[in-house]
Write a protein that binds this ligand. Sequence first.
Ligand SMILES: [Zn+2]
Length: 292
Amino acid sequence: MITDFHTHLAYHKIYPDRFLASLFGMEETDLKKSKHLKLLKLFLRDHSAKKLIKQMDDANIQKAVLLIVDDNNYLGRSEVDIYDKFEIHRMVLEKYQDRFYVFAGYHPLRNDRLELLQKGIEEYGFCGIKLYPPFNFRVNDSIMTECYEYANEKGLTILSHTGFSMKGLKNTYADPKDFLDIVDRYPNVNFVLAHAGYKLSDPIVNKLIRKHNVYADLAGHKTATREELALIFEPSYNPKILFGSDWPINNMMKPLSYLINSLESLYHEKKINNPELLENILYNNASKLLSK
Ligand SMILES: [Zn+2]
């Protein structure tokens, strides 16, 4: 069994053009005329997650966490607004109840942020919260308190982007160090530091991952060195590491299995010889978080 803890819908209408262009490595200046962007959009039409399900089936991934990003129009508007994004994800969840967990996007500068979050969790069946601080907020700012209090009361998992995102965003706001100010205050919330699972030698990530309620995912791990990545098999970190693909970012043209194969080959290369350590990353740790 495999759970992918970090996926997004491959549907262009839920992302602003500048975000799409940057995520897929385009250096265009005039996006309205960009042929590349038009072409990219032809590939990003998976509003019902059918293509993602096919990818998951091919890679033996039973379940995936689908993350909604609330950009609060920081890079301009996407074709559909946040309410429609919630609705689109609600429909996906309804269609594939046993395959997906949806995390509600939350942005503290949106006026009706709490109503929207409550609707997602209490009516739509979403089961966690996704934060994207480079869209102009800090996770340790007091404007985030109501979100954490709600999550703490409900025992929700909060997954936050960490590290550099793209040019033009507030990348310093995604520095993991800001989490040091909050994770102890909300013991009932499990915090997942996205993209930090292959940065375990970073002193801040290292300090955070030792806390009972902090986890890290492996989305984007192909950029890590094998030595750094191998730390995921160390017994002190291993129970906190979650496999994540970041589909469709950086891997739309390859089967998701290539990411799993790369972890398996690292496991063999390092002669770990304890299959449970690999199973923890691919499935057991995620199921502990998601069964709450
Ligand atoms: Zn992501």
